[in-house]
Write a protein that binds this ligand. Structure first.
Ligand SMILES: NC(=O)c1ccc[n+]([C@@H]2O[C@H](COP(=O)([O-])OP(=O)(O)OC[C@H]3O[C@@H](n4cnc5c(N)ncnc54)[C@H](O)[C@@H]3O)[C@@H](O)[C@H]2O)c1
Ligand SMILES: O=C(O)C[C@H](O)C(=O)O
Ligand SMILES: [Mg+2]
Length: 439
C-alpha cells in the first residue's frame, strides 16, 4: 500500500474499555497506518485524542472516517486535521514575557512595587516610555475583515488567521510584536475613533485587509491624526513589492519602465495604490479596468486611463498586474507574446504562472511570490528604528529599490525567507526616514 498523505483525526471516545480498540481496529482494517497518538483532553466521561494516520489518498481518508463515524456508541470524529490545520491549532501567536519570574526579588522588580517607580518616571517624562516599555517595538495589525485576501467580506474573526500570520512574520523576520486588533465596524468614523483611542500602546499601525473604498479614507485620516507610522499593507506594501518585481523584470528584459504600457486589472485597495506608485515612478501610460464605476473614477482622478474591457487592456499592455480576487479571470488566449504578467490575487491568482508562460508571457508570477511579506516587515522595522512619525513615499520607494537590490539575477523578487531582504529594506527605510527628519 502506498501512503501519500498524513492526516490527524481528532476523535472523542467515551471512556469504556475497548472503545479505543474499536477505533484502532477500523482504521487498521481499512488499511490506515496509525502513527502518533496524543491525548488532548480527558473529560469526565470522554477522552479526546489526536490520532495521526497515513492514508493512500483523500478518498481513503473519507472511507476510514465514514467507518469510524458508523461505529456510533458516542464516538465522534471532531476534525480531520491536515498540516495547515495543525499549524493553526491553538492559534499561531502567543504573548510571552521577556523577564523570568523565579524569585520574590524578580516579582518585586518586574511587578509591584518596583514597577511603580517606572510608571512615575514615564509620568514625569512621557518620552521615557520609548525606553522602558515595549510600545516602540509593537505594531497593531488592524482589520475590519472586509477584504480578507480575495475571500471578500468574511468578517474580522474569520480573518484572524491572516492577522496572526502577519504577526508571525513581523516577529520572525524583524523582531516586531504584532498585535491583531479585530474591529466589528467598517464605518470610517468609528474605525478612526477606535484606533485613535487605542493607539498609545503601539509604535505603529498596520491596516490589513480593509476593503475599498473605505480603506482610503480610514488610512488618510489616521495618517493625518496620529503621529506614529500608519500604513495600509494591501495598498502600499503591495505597491512596493509590485514595483520591485516590475523593475527586476524590466531590467532583465531590457525594457524601460517609463516607456512601457502598464495595465492594472482591479482598482481596489491594492490596484489603485499600484497604479499611483507606478505613475509616481514615471510610468506614462497607465491603464486600468474594474467593474466598479467609482473605482474607475479614482484612477482617472489619479491620472490613469480607464479601459473598459479586460481583453483590450491585455492587448494594449506590455506589463499586466491583476488584483481582483477572481481566480482564472485572465484566460490563456488573452496573453500576448513577451508580456510581463503579475496575477497577484490570493489565495488563487487570475492566471497560474505556468499557464501564462505557456501562453507566451516572458515573465509571470502569482501573489505567493510577489507578496507584501517582502515589504511590510522591513518598512515598519525601519520606521520604528528611525522613530519616524509617518511612512512617506520616499521611504516606500527606498523599500522597493532595496527589494530590487536584494533580488538574484534572473529572479523577479527575493526569496521571502532570505533574511537579507528584510535587513536591506529596514536599513533603506531607516536611512530615508532619518534624512526626512533632519529637513
Ligand atoms: N500579493 C499580494 O501581496 C497582495 C496584496 C494585496 C492584495 N492582494 C490580493 O488582491 C486582491 C484584491 O485585494 P484588495 O485589497 O485590493 O481588494 P479590494 O476589494 O479593495 O479590490 C478588489 C477590486 O477588484 C475589482 N474586481 C472584482 N472583480 C473584478 C473583475 N471581474 N474585473 C475587474 N475588476 C474586478 C473590484 O471591483 C475591486 O475594486 C485579493 O485577492 C488579495 O489577496 C495580494
Ligand atoms: O496576505 C497576503 O498573503 C498578501 C496580502 O496581504 C493579501 O491580502 O493577499
Ligand atoms: Mg492583505
Amino acid at each position: 500500500m502506498e501512503y501519500s498523505i498524513l492526516r490527524n483525526l481528532i476523535i472523542e471516545i467515551p471512556q469504556m474499555p475497548g472503545n479505543f480498540a474499536k477505533v484502532a481496529s477500523v482504521i487498521g482494517a481499512e488499511g490506515g497506518d496509525i502513527g502518533d497518538i496524543e491525548t488532548l483532553k480527558i473529560g469526565t466521561h470522554t477522552t479526546v485524542r489526536d490520532i495521526s494516520v497515513q492514508f493512500e489518498n483523500k478518498e481513503h481518508v473519507e472511507r476510514v472516517v465514514d467507518k469510524i463515524r458508523a461505529l456510533g456508541d458516542g464516538i465522534v470524529v471532531h476534525a480531520i486535521s491536515d498540516d495547515v490545520m495543525k499549524a493553526h491549532e491553538g492559534g499561531k501567536i502567543h504573548m510571552s514575557s521577556r523577564r523570568p519570574v523565579r524569585s520574590l526579588g524578580d516579582l518585586r522588580r518586574v511587578y509591584t512595587p518596583g514597577v511603580a517607580n517606572i510608571c512615575e518616571i514615564i509620568h514625569q517624562d512621557p518620552e521615557q516610555a520609548d525606553y522602558f516599555t515595549s510600545i516602540g517595538n509593537t505594531v497593531a495589525i488592524v482589520t475590519d475583515g472586509t477584504a480578507i485576501l480575495g475571500l471578500g467580506n468574511i468578517g474580522p474573526v474569520a480573518g484572524m488567521p491572516v492577522m496572526e500570520g502577519k504577526a508571525v512574520l513581523f516577529d520572525q523576520f524583524v523582531g516586531i510584536s504584532g498585535v491583531p486588533i479585530l474591529l466589528d465596524t467598517s464605518d470610517p468614523d468609528e474605525v478612526v475613533e477606535t484606533v485613535k483611542h487605542i493607539h498609545q500602546a503601539y509604535g505603529g499601525i498596520l491596516l490589513e485587509d480593509i476593503g475599498s473604498p473605505h480603506c482610503f479614507e480610514i488610512e488618510e485620516r489616521l495618517k493625518k491624526e496620529l503621529d506614529i507610522p500608519v500604513m495600509h499593507d494591501d495598498q502600499h506594501g503591495t505597491a512596493v513589492v509590485t514595483l520591485a518585481a516590475i523593475l527586476s523584470a524590466c531590467r532583465t528584459a531590457g525594457v524601460d519602465l517609463g516607456k512601457a504600457k502598464v495595465g492594472q486589472i482591479g482598482l481596489g485597495a491594492a490596484g489603485l495604490a499600484i497604479c499611483k506608485m507606478l505613475m509616481e515612478y514615471g510610468v506614462e501610460e497607465m491603464y486600468g479596468s474594474d467593474l466598479n464605476a467609482a473605482a474607475k473614477d479614482r484612477l482617472r482622478e489619479s491620472g490613469g486611463t480607464v479601459i473598459e474591457s479586460i481583453n483590450e487592456l491585455m492587448e494594449k499592455s506590455d506589463i499586466v498586474v491583476a488584483t481582483t480576487g477572481v481566480q482564472g479571470l485572465i484566460k490563456k488566449e488573452m496573453v500576448r507574446e513577451g508580456q510581463i504578467i503579475l496575477a497577484l490575487s490570493n489565495p488563487n491568482p487570475e492566471i497560474a504562472p505556468d499557464d501564462a508562460l505557456e501562453a507566451g508571457a516572458a515573465f509571470a508570477a502569482d501573489g505567493r511570490l510577489v507578496n507584501n511579506v517582502l515589504g511590510f516587515p522591513g518598512i515598519f522595522r525601519g520606521a520604528l528604528n528611525a522613530r519616524a512619525k509617518a511612512i512617506t513615499y520616499p521611504m516606500l520607494l527606498a523599500a522597493a529599490e532595496a527589494i530590487v537590490d536584494s533580488t538574484k539575477p534572473g529572479d523577479l523578487v527575493p526569496h521571502p525567507l532570505d533574511p537579507n531582504v528584510h535587513v536591506n529594506v529596514t536599513e533603506a527605510v531607516e536611512r530615508v526616514a532619518g534624512d526626512g527628519q533632519l529637513d
